[in-house]
Design a protein around this ligand. Structure first.
Ligand SMILES: C[S@@+](CC[C@H](N)C(=O)[O-])C[C@H]1O[C@@H](n2cnc3c(N)ncnc32)[C@H](O)[C@@H]1O
Length: 249
C-alpha cells in the first residue's frame, strides 16, 4: 500500500482517459491493451494463480475436453499470452500454434515451452490461412479485443468445416448474493493485489472490462452471427467465469 500522496496520484491517473483501457475503443483500445499486457507479463502467471487458487488450469483442461480433440489434429490458441492453453491442448494429442500480439507475453510462453510454435499476430487479423485448423481456443482474450465480432469471424474462418471453438472468459454471476461478494473481491481486492505488484491499472481493468463484456446470451448470439452452431456454455467459479463452445457450421 502506498502513501496518501501516491494513492491520490494513482486515483488521478485512473481518471485520465489515457489510463482507462476499459473506456477506449478501436485502435486506441488495441494499443492500450497491448501496453498493459506488456507491463504485467512478468507477474501475470503469479497474480493469475493468486486470484483463482490455480483453478484456471483446471478450467482450461475442461474447455479442451469439451473440444473432443483427436490425436494429430491441429489447434490454434488465440490471445495465447503466457501459453497456458498449450499444455492441455498438447496433452489431448493436438499439434498447437499460439498467437498473441504482445511479445513480452509470448516470451513468457516460450520460457515455459521452448519448442512451442508461437506467432505474433492480432486476433482480428489472424496470420493463418482459411480452413486450416481443427480447433480454436481463446482464454480470457475476447474481452480485450476491440472488435469481438471480427475476432469470432477470424476464428471461424481459420477452422475447417466442423471445426470446434471454445472461449473462456470472465462473467457476471447470476445470483445476486454471489454477485455482491464477487463485486467486492474483484472491485476491491483485485486492484489491491495489483497494487502490491505495482500494476493497479491492469487489475482495475479486470472488473471494469468484465462489467462491459457480453452476457452469456450475447456471446452465444455473437458466435452464431460469426458462423458457429451447436453453441453451449458452462459456468465455473460460481458464475464468475464462463466457457462457450461452438462448432463451425
Ligand atoms: C488475459 S490474457 C490471457 C492469456 C491466456 N490466453 C491465458 O489463458 O492465460 C489476454 C491476452 O490476450 C492478448 N490480446 C489482447 N488483445 C489481443 C488482440 N487483439 N490480438 C492478439 N492478442 C490479444 C494479450 O496480449 C494477452 O496476452
Amino acid at each position: 500500500m502506498g502513501t496518501t500522496a501516491e494513492k491520490t496520484a494513482e486515483k488521478t491517473a485512473e481518471k485520465t482517459p489515457e489510463n482507462r483501457p476499459w473506456m477506449a475503443e478501436g485502435e486506441e483500445k488495441r494499443e492500450m491493451v497491448r501496453e498493459m499486457f506488456a507491463d504485467v507479463a512478468p507477474s501475470y502467471d503469479l497474480v493469475n494463480s493468486l486470484m483463482c487458487f490455480r483453478l484456471h488450469h483446471r478450467w482450461r483442461r475442461m474447455a479442451v475436453e469439451g473440444l473432443g480433440l483427436r490425436r494429430g489434429e491441429r489447434a490454434l490458441d488465440v490471445c495465447s499470452g503466457t501459453g497456458d492453453f498449450l499444455k492441455p491442448l498438447r496433452e489431448a494429442g493436438a499439434a498447437v500454434v499460439g498467437v498473441d500480439f504482445c511479445a513480452p507475453m509470448l516470451a513468457k510462453a516460450r520460457e515455459k515451452m521452448p519448442e512451442a510454435e508461437l506467432s505474433l499476430g492480432d486476433a482480428c487479423r489472424l496470420p493463418v490461412a482459411s480452413g486450416r485448423v481443427d480447433a480454436v481456443t481463446v482464454g480470457w482474450g475476447l474481452r480485450n479485443v476491440p472488435d469481438i465480432g471480427a475476432a469470432l469471424r477470424e476464428a471461424n474462418r481459420v477452422l475447417k468445416p466442423g471445426g470446434r471453438f471454445v472461449t473462456i472468459d470472465m462473467a457476471r454471476p447470476r445470483s445476486r448474493f454471489v454477485g455482491r461478494a464477487s463485486e467486492f473481491i474483484f472491485h476491491k481486492v483485485a486492484p489491491v493485489i495489483g497494487r502490491v505488484f505495482g500494476k493497479s491499472q491492469a487489475y482495475t481493468y479486470l472488473p471494469k472490462s468484465t462489467l462491459q463484456f457480453l452476457s452469456r446470451e450475447q456471446m452465444k448470439q455473437a458466435m452464431e452471427a460469426a458462423g458457429f452452431g451447436e453453441v453451449r456454455w458452462r459456468d465455473v467459479f460460481c458464475g464468475n467465469v464462463c466457457m462457450h463452445w461452438g462448432v463451425k457450421a
